[in-house]
Design a protein around this ligand. Structure first.
Ligand code: PHE
Length: 461
């Protein structure tokens, strides 16, 4: 066991760390922009369904695997099953960790850079909403700007994982996460008070089902995994620090509720502003950087609020990034017996390097396409829409079919005895969800997104 393992001894420690991992750029940067690109409310609805019927059951399973084995993702499958195939599934998670962190850091770097932009009052120079978009465009097309902040963010992530997480992130998350929440609420009110805000609400909450196709459902499912840090072993690794006296069920539910709440607040804050200022909801990855500066300049104390906001967003990203790097590091420390420091430096550098083409996707390499996408988009697509759902599928199969409920249930019951006595039927639902519903749905979504489902349907017509 590594020295890191002991630190999330308390229940609160686990919730904070896991919520810190879950709440990040996925909620505030990614959710609004992919909801915008995929038609708004109908997408939001499917995303919420995915969270409830797939995300939550799989999260319970993943945390449980971690807590039962007290090992990194590869070691966990080794301890609980022993076969090479399952260890390789754990390995796929470690690989996904590399991929996600590489492009995650680029976006976190934008947020870092925006702390300085806001602090310097740059947003006040904007005459129109379009100016904010242009400003973002000119920043990301500047190779030096984008690479410097990617690098600084990476160094911060490495420092925290290098020295351990306990005294820093756990302590500060307690103060900073609630602050981020309060600021988001302020912005929600600000957004709602803007003229034209109702159009934003309609976009977010009034579904137009014609906008939905197989690909949209896959994006929603992928995002459910991404936002909950699921399917690649981050929650497993954090679960492995958890005490057997704490309830996996209630902790998982709390994480899901917090994460969803933050995403919805971000959605309201951003779409009210997008529509009130006449901007394009399908603007893509730059969406929050186009809209929020405009909102801030229109409110009293905007400079302070915007500086604080991007500071907190960067911190939220940092608490997610460390969980990504931690998975990779835990694997090398636990399984290959590396010294933690060596693993952090080597794999920090490697992942930072893989992030460079992602950073260049917005400037020098914007015309270089792989499968019709930039390197940044390919990394995101590969991780979010393929590796994470696939990882989630295998976790569900493992818990539902391979591990055996006779072993799983006593583990799940540990720390949740009251719940088991009071709501035995809910445990039965969970068994059904993880054994049948989650794997079947994930499988169907995959088939559908590659067009196979349509072909099968025509066979039967
Ligand atoms: N959940 C994080 C977010 O929403 C991203 C993440 C994905 C972190 C997978 C760890 C593992 O920003």
């Amino acid at each position: 066991m590594t020295e890191q393992r002991e630190q999330w001894g308390s229940r609160l420690g686990f919730i904070l760390a896991a919520a810190g991992s879950a709440i990040g750029l996925g909620n505030i940067w990614k959710f609004p922009y992919i909801a915008g690109e995929n038609g708004g409310a109908a997408f939001v609805f499917i995303y919420l369904v995915c969270i409830a019927i797939i995300g939550l059951p799989v999260l319970v399973g993943e945390v449980l695997i971690g807590r039962s084995s007290h090992r990194d993702p590869v070691g966990a499958f080794k301890v609980l099953h022993g076969s090479k195939v399952w260890m390789a599934i754990g390995g796929m998670g470690v690989f996904a960790g590399f991929v996600i962190l590489s492009f995650y850091s680029v976006v976190a770097g934008w947020s870092l850079g925006y702390i300085i932009e806001s602090y310097n009052g740059v947003f006040y120079n904007f005459q129109s909403a379009g100016d904010a978009g242009n400003h973002f465009g000119s920043l990301v097309s500047n190779v030096e700007w984008i690479l410097s902040f990617h690098t600084i963010f990476f160094i911060l992530t490495m420092i925290i994982v290098y020295f351990g997480i306990q005294k820093g992130i756990e302590r500060y998350s307690k103060i900073l996460m609630p602050l981020l929440f309060i600021l988001l609420v302020v912005m929600v009110f600000r957004g709602l008070s803007l003229e034209g805000a109702d159009k934003g609400l309609a976009f977010l909450f009034k579904p137009d089902w014609s906008k939905i196709n197989g690909e949209t459902v896959l994006v929603a499912l992928g995002h459910a995994f991404f936002t909950l840090s699921l399917g690649m072993g981050a929650m497993m690794t954090y679960g492995s620090y958890m005490s057997d006296k704490d309830s996996v069920l209630s902790a998982s539910l709390q994480i899901v509720i917090l994460d969803t709440l933050i995403a919805m607040l971000a959605g309201v804050a951003i779409f009210t502003a997008v529509f009130a200022t006449g901007q394009d909801p399908t603007a893509g990855p730059g969406l929050i950087f186009h809209t929020l500066p405009v909102v801030f300049t229109k409110m009293p104390g905007g400079q302070i609020f915007s500086t604080l906001f991007f500071l907190l967003l960067t911190i939220a990203a940092l608490t997610s990034a460390i969980s990504l790097l931690e998975v990779v590091v835990a694997f090398f420390v636990d399984e290959l017996k590396w010294v933690r420091h060596k693993a952090v430096i080597l794999f920090g550098l490697v992942t930072w390097g893989i992030g460079i083409p992602s950073a260049l996707s917005f400037n020098k390499m914007s015309e270089v396409h792989f499968f019709g996408m930039t390197f940044f988009d390919v990394s995101d697509y590969l991780a979010s829409n393929i590796l994470l759902p696939l990882g989630g599928f295998f976790i569900a199969i493992f818990v539902g079919w391979v591990w055996g409920f006779d072993k799983v249930l006593p583990k799940l019951k540990s720390g949740a005895e009251d719940f088991f006595d009071k709501y035995p039927e809910r445990i039965t639902y969970w068994q059904f969800f993880i054994k049948y519903l989650a794997p079947v749905l994930i499988f169907l979504v995959f088939l559908n997104s590659v067009g196979l489902l349509d072909k099968i349907k025509t066979l039967f017509n």
